[in-house]
Design a protein. Structure first.
Length: 112
């Protein structure tokens, strides 16, 4: 699938979200996704559903592992420290698709 097709598909999802009374048309920069590091298992559902390419799944930097709970560290090791990061958080339109899609309920939206 080409980038253009993916973009069109994402746009379709966004419109579907809007029609389902999800605030997809929110201006970017008002909210950002916050990922619970003790919950994220890097399954990448957020990467798939986000219409604005906010997420990547990559290796969690060592400095971001220090505050993890014991269970969080176990999960991190078990999943090769693969977690979702938000390098493009300012593009978030607060549609909520990632919050619904995350199988670990690891994502919330917070005011920027
Ligand atoms: S709420 Fe989630 S899916 Fe929607 S734009 Fe923001 S980061 Fe992307």
């Amino acid at each position: 699938m080409s980038r253009r097709e993916r973009s069109a598909r994402r746009g379709g999802r966004c419109e579907a979200a809007a029609s389902a009374a999800v605030e997809c048309k929110q201006e970017p920069g008002l909210f950002v996704p916050v990922i619970d590091r003790n919950r994220c298992e890097g399954k990448a559902d957020c990467v798939e559903v986000c219409p604005y390419e906010v997420f990547v799944v990559t290796t969690l930097p060592v400095e971001q592992r220090t505050g993890l709970s014991f269970l969080g560290r176990l999960k991190g090791r078990a999943h090769g420290w693969q977690q979702a990061l938000t390098p493009n958080a300012e593009a978030c339109h607060a549609c909520g698709l990632c919050v619904k899609a995350c199988p670990e309920s690891a994502i919330t939206l917070a005011r920027a």
